[in-house]
Design a protein around this ligand. Structure first.
Ligand code: XIL
Length: 329
């Protein structure tokens, strides 16, 4: 009998997994055993919930909510305002051009009110704005239709609307490359200014799409430390440890090498040791999947390539990485 992740870490932080309609069935048992928080991998994104202005589609999201309820799990909402997976109609003025600022704000507000309102009291934390900071050194915010049409304050507005819709929900700014020093400082500056301007923001989400070599543990520590200094909660929101470095484009592996798995174990071990050091501010660690039979990294960033980034193997058995993680309670 292997210890359950959520029992091992329960008094420190929640342990979550991203799920989708397929894994809610195929990984049902594993999810129910080890995790006490779930996130919809895609089913709560704008395009899925709101494909046309007058039409909302909540079936899959509701199914996830039922699963969570039946298994007494918390739910993290992902995500309200993002440059990806957002329907074209949102930015369209109906005659081939872009909407004006006021109309787009009204649409954003309606979407957030409806979605956050529907799950009020049931979704305890929302990724309100996802990936708004640019990776490039020249600019602070990522160019997007939200930014182009509304301006910098699209971020503050999203938080205000979400807070009005559910005053008890914890509201997060979420991003990737969160541990890269230059981007870390931009995320820090953004969240700091939101806070100083009285915007209702309660946490920073670190996606944590990491690999065997990057980011370094020192950079991860520096990022956690920096965000923690904002006096907000931190969530690890989408953790996985890819067995491939970003530059590695190999496609010939049908199983991970022993060396890869050993490195992954070490990485997971040191990362969880670090998380435990910060567990007064770090309140949830969510993986972007539960077991290696289903991961978005199969095919990303290299098409058709398998990956093995999680704590359980393709048969849902605990990996060496799992044992390293539970040895850091
Ligand atoms: C990914 C999903 O896992 C994929 O299924 C989908 O095709 C694209 O989006 N950052 C995020 C997540 O915030 O929403 C992304 O999820 C992964 C990167």
């Amino acid at each position: 009998q292997t210890p359950k992740l959520h029992e091992v870490f329960g008094q420190h932080f929640r342990i979550g997994a991203a799920v989708n309609p397929r894994t809610l069935v195929s990984q049902r048992e594993l999810l129910a055993q080890h995790f006490n928080s779930v996130t919809a991998e895609n089913e709560m994104k704008f395009e899925r919930l709101h494909p046309a202005e007058d039409r909302y589609t909540f079936e899959e999201a509701d199914r996830l909510m039922e699963f969570a309820k039946a298994n007494k799990m918390a739910v993290r909402g992902h995500t309200l305002v993002w440059h990806n997976q957002t329907s074209d109609w949102v930015f369209d003025n109906g005659s081939g051009g872009l909407v004006d600022r006021d109309t787009l704000l009204a649409r954003m507000k309606a979407h957030i009110e409806t979605v956050v309102g529907r799950y009020k009291g049931q979704i305890y934390a929302w990724d309100v704005v996802n990936e708004a900071v640019s990776d490039s050194v020249e600019e602070q915010l990522r160019p997007s239709k939200w930014l182009d049409i509304i301006g910098d304050d699209f971020i503050a507005k999203a938080f205000e609307y979400a807070h009005a819709a559910d005053p008890d929900a914890l509201l997060f700014y979420n991003d990737y490359n969160e541990s890269v020093p230059a981007k870390r400082e931009k995320i820090y500056a953004l969240v700091k200014s939101l806070k100083e301007n009285g915007v209702p923001i309660h946490g920073v989400g670190l996606q944590a799409h990491w690999n065997l070599t990057h980011p370094t543990l020192d950079d991860i520590r520096a990022a956690i430390d920096r965000y923690a200094s904002l006096g907000l909660q931190l969530h690890i929101t989408e953790m996985d440890v890819s067995v491939f470095a970003f530059e590695d484009r190999r496609t010939d592996l049908t199983a991970p090498t022993t060396e890869m798995m050993q490195l992954q174990e070490e990485r997971y071990g040191e990362m969880f040791q670090l998380f435990r050091e910060y567990s007064d501010v770090l309140t949830c660690v969510t993986f972007w999947g539960a077991a290696d039979d289903f991961t978005w990294l199969d095919g990303f960033p290299v098409r058709g390539r398998k990956n093995w980034p999680l704590l359980f193997d393709t048969k849902h058995q605990p990996k060496g990485s799992y044992y390293k993680v539970i040895s850091q309670p």
